[in-house]
Design a protein around this ligand. Structure first.
Ligand code: HEM
Length: 114
């Protein structure tokens, strides 16, 4: 169980890297598949981690998780809307930057809210 949890934490960190790397460093302003799929993956792997932690009798801070879920939904919304606009030829770099910045905020919430 612990190994499985650690694998999902790894995927969670790779999702963070995909979002922040793409939006803020590699493809600034462009809604890449890495950004969109990273944002989707964070919601899935995050919810899986909540389930695995509860199954393993680890404490889960529901307020913190609620805040993280809201921020992650905002990240995914920014990424999906930016990608949809891009397909219509209406680029929106601010939405991409917002997704990247919100992902950094969520990482800060994860690590600093103890
Ligand atoms: C953009 C979205 C997200 C980002 C950037 C993010 C980032 C992080 C980071 C950096 C960690 C620390 C990993 C560690 O302590 O080694 C973490 C842990 C965690 N995250 Fe997220 N997260 C996101 C979304 C979510 C969501 C939506 C949920 C659940 C609804 C969630 C649930 C968790 C849980 C339960 C842990 C603790 C894992 C453990 O140590 O067992 N995360 N997250």
């Amino acid at each position: 169980m612990e190994f499985l949890t650690n694998v999902v934490v790894l995927l969670h960190l790779l999702g963070l890297a995909a979002i922040v790397g793409s939006a803020l460093f590699v493809a600034r302003g462009v809604p890449t598949p890495a950004l969109v799929w990273g944002a989707r993956a964070q919601i899935l792997t995050g919810l899986l981690l909540v389930g695995l932690n509860q199954a393993g009798d680890d404490e889960v801070n529901n307020t913190k998780i609620g805040v993280k879920l809201l921020i992650a939904l905002a990240v995914a919304a920014c990424a999906e809307i930016a990608a949809a606009k891009e397909r219509k030829g209406q680029g929106n770099p601010q939405l991409v930057t917002a997704a990247g910045v919100l992902a950094v905020v969520n990482a800060a919430v994860a690590v600093l809210w103890t």
